[in-house]
Ligand binder design. Structure first.
Ligand SMILES: Nc1ncnc2c1ncn2[C@@H]1O[C@H](COP(=O)(O)OP(=O)(O)O)[C@@H](O)[C@H]1O
Ligand SMILES: [Mg+2]
Length: 239
């Protein structure tokens, strides 16, 4: 039963998700800047690679590989000894791939090159979990807004990959939408991260499962804490 789920490895949280995210789900990880979206996604990849031998790829379209690694190494979540199971692909890697294949670095080509890199990784080495950071950065590569139709097909493509996808979506501080458009209905799950002001000086990190198809989950917010190297939840009393 457990094998059907990808654990989030956020202590306490998996118990509220019937053990984790159902395999093959496309899940939005939504929040405003600084809510630990990247950290949560990396934690899921890192722990699944380390403890479950799951293969992961972090497609980092916002941060360079170096900057992401520096950030994660600082918290003891470096790549050392796990390079066969966990990889980071950034814009530099993608540009290099385009140059190697003599593909023009044109806005029309980005999507197919990215899809090619993910597809090849899946076929050649196997891929269990893909993190895409972020949906907004992916769209920026097109230099125009994606149509609803294109977004729909992009989700279809992600789903047919047969891997579990963590899709990071930037929320705007003045909106309750989980991403810029209506991807919420296209996604199989939504995890919402937020910073909550509990007094003039105190801000707490929160996490909640808004939606998870095929799962009985609690809809409420939990406090999200860093417990040594691990992430953990506690019940939120204040709100
Ligand atoms: N293990 C940790 N312990 C303490 N602070 C952390 C930890 N992981 C991340 N942070 C801090 O949380 C903040 C937001 O992290 P990040 O994942 O980059 O957010 P987002 O991707 O949502 O913008 C950063 O300032 C980072 O330093
Ligand atoms: Mg980030």
């Amino acid at each position: 039963m457990d094998g059907d789920r990808i654990k989030t490895f956020i202590k306490g949280f998996d118990d509220h998700l019937e053990g984790g995210i159902p395999r093959g789900h496309v899940v939005l990880l939504s929040g405003t800047p600084g809510t630990m979206k990247s950290t949560v996604a990396w934690n899921i990849l890192w722990n699944n690679a380390r403890q479950r031998d799951q293969k992961g790829m972090y497609l980092s379209l916002e941060q360079s590989e170096r900057s992401l690694l520096d950030q994660m190494e600082r918290f003891g979540l470096g790549l050392k000894g796990m390079e066969d199971r966990l990889s980071i692909v950034d814009l530099g890697t993608i540009r290099g791939e385009m140059a190697r294949a003599q593909i023009e670095s044109d806005k029309e080509n980005w999507a197919s090159v990215i899809k090619g890199i993910v597809g090849d990784a899946k076929e050649q080495k196997g891929l269990d979990i893909l993190a895409l950071d972020s949906l907004e950065a992916y769209e920026l590569l097109f230099e125009r807004t994606m149509t609803r139709n294109e977004m729909f097909h992009f989700f279809e493509w992600l789903r047919q990959l047969g891997v579990t996808v963590l899709l990071i979506a930037e929320m705007s501080p003045d909106s309750n939408r989980y991403s810029k458009y209506d991807e919420g209905f296209l996604a199989d799950g939504i995890l919402h991260l937020k910073l909550s002001e509990v007094s003039d000086v105190d801000v707490q990190r929160r996490i909640r499962c808004v939606k998870m198809r095929g799962t009985r989950h609690s809809p409420g917010f939990f406090n999200l804490l860093v417990d040594g190297q691990a992430l953990a939840i506690t019940k939120t009393i204040l709100d």
